[in-house]
Design a protein around this ligand. Structure first.
Ligand code: KIV
Ligand code: ZN
Length: 388
């Protein structure tokens, strides 16, 4: 039976940390409602201690959203955990997400703490958070550049202290998929009490591998994947929710996973985020880019018109789009041209068609895209035919 993968959306926390993507209270609430409609398992609503506005957003979302776990981030510091709890306590299912860095680099230069001190802090703060809340996620920041033996010791201790989710982030987008697979396996096989918790991963996209790494980690045993809508996030962003989910859905035959996301809400969720932040999506972005379901070349258009599976591995409807797009340009062929003429109401004689197609090709050599108005101009100039 397919294994269930939980989706942890951090658009409102890690996503919001990317330049130009900050959101106000009303925008965050609107986005959270859409994430609930999308059926995200967890919404990380913010970092409550980071600003009064973020605190208010987390607590408002915790009050309003009923069908998702609501998490707030907190460093392993009592005042952060207090603020996280004060904000999420209204949720039906609250979670405190606490983190500390575990790589030698971060411990030495950022925290100025020894590994023993980090371990002691992590355990005491998980115990501290546990007094408030049953559901505690613990993240080992920069885990993929940390000593796996140290992580095994640390994870065992925080699970004993009450953590319910162990997150193993690729904070700087450094690891390679098969390396991550082995890394997660090593943790899974050596942490004595790991069966008591969910294993989560959180991948950044610095090498463009965030989604591939997330899938490799799931194959190795991760049961929660952290991601953001449109892949927004620090630097090159986080793993894109829509790419992860459509990979699970489209390649269920190979991956054998399922998730709770309603894929038909993907495009609406992506568009909402774009309209709120004003940060556009690149046209060739997988799943949600303007060209993701567009075909221009004649060979592809002909194939798709006969049977869409020739060049489409998922349907536009599966992500909530009405239709694919046949873009008319210099690579387009007679089949697509004919179909567009019919959809515009033109019924040409074979001679008129040949003349119009020749004119279309001449114009397409000069213009990047041929629009419906161009076709109308060509037809009215060269034929006597008018649309019905
Ligand atoms: O990238 C990261 O490591 C994080 C943690 C706080 C989970 O965002
Ligand atoms: Zn992150």
């Amino acid at each position: 039976m397919a294994r269930l993968i939980k989706i942890f959306d951090t658009t409102l926390r890690d996503g919001e940390q990317s330049p130009g993507c900050s959101m106000n209270l009303q925008e965050k609430v609107q986005m959270a409602k859409q994430l609930e409609t999308l059926k995200s398992d967890v919404i990380e609503a913010g970092f409550a201690i980071s600003s009064p506005g973020d605190f208010e957003s987390v607590s408002e979302i915790a009050k309003i959203i009923k069908d998702c776990i609501i998490a707030s981030l907190a460093r392993t510091i009592p005042k952060d955990i207090d603020a996280a709890w004060e904000a999420v306590k209204y949720a039906k299912r609250p979670r405190i997400h606490t983190f500390i860095a575990t790589s030698d680099l971060h411990m030495k230069y950022k925290l100025k703490m020894s590994p023993e001190e980090v371990l002691e802090r992590a355990v005491s703060m998980v115990k501290y958070a546990k007094k408030y809340c049953e559901d505690i996620e613990f993240s080992a920041e920069d885990a993929t550049r940390s000593d796996p033996k140290f992580l095994v010791k640390l994870f065992e201790a925080v699970i004993d202290a009450g953590a319910t989710v162990i997150n193993i982030p690729d904070t700087v987008g450094y690891i390679i998929p098969d390396e991550y697979y082995k890394f997660i396996k090593e943790i899974k096989e050596n942490v004595r009490n790991i069966h008591k918790v969910d294993i989560s991963v959180h991948c950044h996209n610095d090498l463009g591998l965030a989604v591939a790494n997330s899938l490799a980690a799931a194959k190795a045993g991760a049961s929660q994947l952290e991601c953001t809508i449109n892949g927004i996030g620090e630097r090159a962003g986080n793993a894109a929710l829509e790419e992860i989910v459509m990979s699970l859905y489209t390649r269920k035959d190979y991956l054998d996973f399922e998730c709770n996301i309603d894929t038909s809400k993907i495009i609406r969720t992506s568009n909402l985020l774009t309209s709120i932040t004003g940060v556009p999506v690149q046209p060739n972005k997988a799943i949600i880019g303007a060209n993701a379901f567009a075909h221009e070349s004649g060979i592809h258009q002909h194939g798709v018109l006969n049977n869409r599976s020739t060049y489409e591995i998922m349907t536009p409807q599966s992500i909530g789009l009405n239709e694919n797009k046949m873009v008319l340009g210099k690579h387009s062929g007679r089949h697509a041209f004919e179909k567009r003429l019919k959809s515009l109401g033109f019924h040409l004689t074979p001679e008129e068609f040949n003349q119009s197609f020749a004119k279309f090709k001449q114009l397409a050599d000069k213009k990047k895209v041929i629009y419906d108005e161009d076709i109308e101009a060509i037809v009215s100039k060269h034929c006597f035919n008018t649309p019905e």
